[in-house]
Design a protein around this ligand. Structure first.
Ligand code: SAH
Ligand code: SF4
Length: 345
């Protein structure tokens, strides 16, 4: 799918189709989910042919379904041949959450993350972000279902691509198009302070998640190099300001990695910095990323350790949830998003 020339074709300089035509076209793609412009009968035959030529709606993707059938991974090939991944998670309560990528790769290089290891290729456009949701809306259509929630927790750091991410968020929320409530949209950041500040000024109140993963600077910097530029104290200050402005809950993601950040001391230190109204922790069991060279360095914490860690949080009355593991058998769980970006593989 490539909508990059849509507005230019429908509204060329010097006048073409009237402005509402652009809305009509977007409604056809984002809401009515047409996959060929020939279905857009409100346009002339000539225009439909031109759109099929220059703004193809076909989405090139490989699909993998998990054994339990509750998660589906799509590897989408973009028009320049680069590949991104998006995952659909089908919750027992009927929600259909899509985890979207915001960049091809990621420049932040967190040591435990498969996307970080890929390095950075480029930012995604708003349309390329939306394409991932359209793909799953088409997928769910035969079951009379649609995407109900979107999380920016796929490849990339959303706040390093703020403008495009926000353009996509507004279209996702728009009742004319996807009609997904702001409360059903979440953005996760490794701690880009400018992004947190900008988000707090938006009228639309989407959910904010912070990838914390360590309770102090020494440990955090060793896992997430970005912490050297934006240390914990500054990130937490930005979050405090965000909470003051928006009065919204904030989720802190904490991935439990064996022997790295899962000791009793870590839990106690974590409890200290998280003991705030509207904060809650989301514990994630580390998903092994099967990278040959570094296999064995990062492992999920053992069950007993996780239990001890949770017991401390409970005793100290810290709010937390533990994330259900979707799709680890198809490499579709958090942090497993990586592609070789070789379209022939
Ligand atoms: N770049 C953003 C958005 C990605 S969200 C961010 O880091 O917040 C994906 C979440 O999964 C992040 O919290 C990330 O730190 C975490 N993650 C990365 N690798 C993981 C792994 N192998 N197992 C579990 N979680 C992982
Ligand atoms: Fe990038 Fe997030 Fe992975 Fe870190 S955890 S490398 S910020 S995608």
């Amino acid at each position: 799918m490539d909508l990059s020339n849509l507005e230019e074709i429908l509204n060329p300089p010097g006048g073409g189709e009237p402005k509402y035509r652009i809305k009509q076209a977007k409604e056809a793609v984002f809401k009515n989910l047409i996959s060929d412009w020939s279905e857009a009968t409100f346009f002339s035959k000539e225009l439909r042919d031109k759109l099929n030529e220059e703004c193809p709606l076909e989405i090139k993707a490989d699909v993998l379904v998990s054994k339990k059938e509750d998660s589906v991974k799509a590897r989408i090939t973009l028009k320049d041949g680069l590949i991104i991944e998006a995952v659909l998670m089908r919750h027992a309560d009927g929600r259909n959450t899509v985890c979207v990528s915001s960049q091809v790769g990621c420049p932040l290089g967190c040591l435990f993350c498969a996307t970080g290891k890929m390095g950075f290729k480029r930012n995604l456009s708003a349309n390329e972000i939306l394409e991932q949701v359209v793909f799953f809306d088409r997928y769910l259509k035969s079951e009379n279902q649609k995407v109900t929630n979107v999380t920016f927790m796929g490849m990339g750091e959303p706040f390093l691509n703020y403008e495009n991410v926000w353009e996509a968020v507004e279209i996702l929320n728009d009742h004319k198009y996807f009609n997904i409530g702001a409360r059903s949209i979440s953005i996760s950041t490794a701690g880009i302070i400018k992004g947190i500040e900008k988000l707090s000024q938006e009228k639309l109140h989407v959910n904010l998640a912070i990838s914390l993963h360590a309770p102090n600077d020494k440990l955090r910097s060793s896992l997430m190099p970005i912490n050297k530029r934006f240390p914990l104290k500054d990130v937490l200050k930005a979050v405090e300001d965000y909470v003051k402005k928006t009065n919204r809950k904030v989720m802190f993601e904490y991935v439990l990695i064996k022997g790295m950040n899962d000791s009793n001391e870590d839990a106690m230190e974590l409890a200290k910095i998280m003991d705030k109204k509207l904060y809650f922790i989301n514990l994630i069991l580390y998903n092994e990323t099967l990278s040959a060279g570094e296999a064995g360095i990062f492992k999920p914490s053992e069950t007993k350790r996780v239990e001890a860690f949770r017991a401390i949080l409970e005793e100290l009355k810290i709010r937390y949830t533990q994330r259900y593991r979707f799709g680890d058998d198809i490499q579709a769980a958090c942090g497993q998003f990586a592609t070789s970006n070789n379209p022939h593989m």
